[in-house]
Write a protein that binds this ligand. Sequence first.
Ligand SMILES: [Zn+2]
Length: 187
Amino acid sequence: MSLQIVHYNNPILRKRGAKVTVFDAAFAEFAAQMIERMHEAEGIGLAAQQVGRAQQVCVVDLRGTEAEFAYELDGGHPPRDLFMPMVLANPELTVAPGTPEEESEEGCLSFPAIRGEVRRPIAITVRFQDEHGNPHVLSCDGLLARCIQHEHDHLQGILFIDRMKKKLRAELDEDIRALAKQTRAKD
Ligand SMILES: [Zn+2]
């Protein structure tokens, strides 16, 4: 059965995810289903909260984009097709001191039709485990860094609308309220 994507303002989106401690076949299957659901929705990232589970795991796949970004995975530079789609369990982000920030437009599968500029550091390092529990370290910039920060936020119960400038958030308020109302009616 395909996972269902929950929309704002389903309360699960505000829950901090529990750490993944068991990397068994069921967890690998859940991660595979998240990837499948992300692809169906034509998204580039999806967090567990968005499919109704408050757990520290998200998936990312930028192969369908034209985005250029620099990256180093476990000290090497494997071709994108070899490490994407990615499963990031228990991701821990670090941003080097002095890293510049940049505004860029983001969307979110839990906010259909709502998009807006969000300011974020342009480069990150993330330590995470894959679906089998193997540890990895990835340093990256560009859309990959932005996407991982957006998904990492979800795992803490933080949404992209929380990081928008007040003026933009106010401009989108009507659409955001309408979405919340629609979600309530459906649940
Ligand atoms: Zn999102």
